[in-house]
Design a binder for this molecule. Structure first.
Ligand code: SAH
Ligand code: SF4
Ligand code: F3S
Length: 440
């Protein structure tokens, strides 16, 4: 019997891409992906474990599903993603949960769903170092046929001391360049306008076969040449692996977006060492200089978190100081959350109080808002190329899109087509968005 499946996604872009892979796997086993929970026979929740509050959100959500299942007796609920890998047994004990699958076990989902009625083990959290979901064309529901994700690596080998990802996603592996190029060509032929190459650390991409040895700079050039009319983005880059040849490739190819997301985490050498980030503040700033001098007008963004073990006021100020030097266009800012089983949880003391963490986070946010505003105001008067993504949330008379630098631009609609490129003259700016007038 054909069943409807609804997938709910939390966490990072890897999870968004994985949910599309899962939808494709389910569809080829006679499940129909739907976009409304009310129509679902099976709900799959794709989860994140990166900070404790990400997991708390899921536990609350499960209480909602417990209620829904009382009204809808045949409904099955499964948990996948990083939290499924980390706390599979505990999840399965929850009344709402019927099956659990970790990030390398998605090919077994149809089986797990079908077995959810019988008394068998409903968990699959085996790691499979070979699994790259090769051969599966991701399911796209057509709502956003503009921008597509293409995962190029899975897992992570870096073991930053605070981070749960290497434990939930397993060891790093790269997809074959042939698979990647085929996926890019497929999205191009379907009319997509932008592609984001995804991985926890895309710079360490490496795939070798009898013909070629392909590293990330080589791969991104192949991608740029496969889809010369499309915008190419990539995320995330680890500062220790960002090479001159990648920076030069971005400068060389017009369709590789002038934007680099280069998470620094902290501006203090002592804290970076405790985090096991494997670079220094000086190394990082040198890489930023190289980017700024090679790629004119390159958008820069970062991830930063405060309150890590042993971070004093002085070290925190080194982070603020680094933010002032780099002047990121935007940044994701967090406060430290201890993750069970990580090196930091075992060897370091979580010694910054919650009150202090919150106070430091607020200072990070205030400074970044100020910098973003300054950077955005500097765009006033410029004419920038924008890829139109849709209607503004505030008004149907306005459209929004992004610049190559990944900045959001809002402008009045005059029958422009969503998914097309237009030039917009920037007339106003806030810390979050640019406003402008289309130039026709
Ligand atoms: N692979 C990416 C990051 C993945 S996690 C990278 O290395 O850049 C996304 C962000 O969450 C991290 O960059 C970090 O800033 C933050 N993060 C990870 N673990 C955290 C923790 N335990 N507490 C608070 N923030 C954390
Ligand atoms: Fe986590 Fe570090 Fe790997 Fe990023 S590089 S996923 S922060 S361990
Ligand atoms: Fe979260 Fe896993 Fe991504 S922990 S950030 S969903 S890799």
């Amino acid at each position: 019997m054909n069943k409807n499946i609804y997938i709910e996604t939390y966490g990072c872009q890897m999870n968004v891409a994985d949910s599309e892979t899962v939808a494709a796997i389910m569809q080829s086993s006679n499940f129909t992906p739907v976009t409304k929970i009310g129509e679902a026979d099976v709900v799959i929740i794709n989860t994140c474990s990166v900070r404790d509050n990400a997991e708390q959100k899921i536990w609350h959500r499960l209480d909602f599903f417990k209620g829904l299942k009382r009204r809808k007796k045949h409904l099955k609920v499964g948990i996948i993603g990083c939290m499924a890998q980390r706390v599979a047994d505990k999840l399965l004990e929850h009344e709402a949960v019927d099956f659990v699958a970790g990030p390398d076990a998605y090919r077994s989902l149809p089986e797990l769903v079908n077995e959810a009625d019988i008394e068998v083990n409903h968990i699959n959290t085996y790691f499979d170092i070979e699994e790259t979901y090769s051969g599966i064309v991701q399911y796209k529901n057509g709502e956003n046929a503009i921008s597509g994700f293409v995962p190029i690596t899975r897992g992570c080998n870096n073991f930053c001391s605070y981070c749960i990802v290497p434990y939930t996603r397993g060891r790093e592996r790269s997809s074959s360049y042939n698979d990647i190029i085929n996926e890019v060509a497929d999205l191009r032929d379907k009319g997509y306008k932008e592609i984001t190459l995804l991985g926890q650390n895309v710079n360490s991409y490496y795939f070798e076969d009898d013909n070629k040895m392909v590293d990330f700079p080589t791969l991104i050039k192949m991608v740029a040449e496969t889809a010369p009319e499309m915008r190419i983005r990539f995320t995330t880059s680890h500062p220790k692996d960002i090479s001159d040849s990648l920076i030069e490739a971005i400068a060389q190819y017009d369709n590789i977006c002038n934007h680099i997301h280069l998470p620094v985490q902290s501006g203090s050498n002592k804290v970076l060492k405790l985090m096991n980030r494997k670079y220094t503040r000086e190394w990082y700033l040198e890489r930023i200089e190289k980017i700024k001098s090679t790629i004119p007008n390159c958008g820069l963004s970062s991830d930063i978190f405060c309150g890590f073990s042993e971070e004093t006021e002085t070290e925190f100020q080194e982070t603020l100081d680094l933010m002032n030097i780099v002047e990121y266009d935007s940044a994701f800012l967090f406060k430290y959350s201890v993750r069970p089983d990580t090196a930091a949880s075992k060897t370091l003391v979580d010694d910054v109080s919650e009150t202090e963490k919150v106070a430091r986070l607020n200072r990070l946010i205030a400074l970044q808002n100020q910098i973003s505003l300054k950077k955005n105001k500097a765009d006033i008067g410029k004419t920038l190329e924008v890829l139109i993504e849709g209607f503004s949330k505030r008004s149907k008379d306005f459209l929004f899109g992004r610049t190559q630098q990944n900045k959001v631009v809002v402008f009045p609609d005059a029958n422009f087509k969503v998914g097309s490129f237009i030039n917009v003259k920037i007339t106003d700016a806030s810390s979050a968005t640019l406003k402008g007038i289309p130039k026709i």
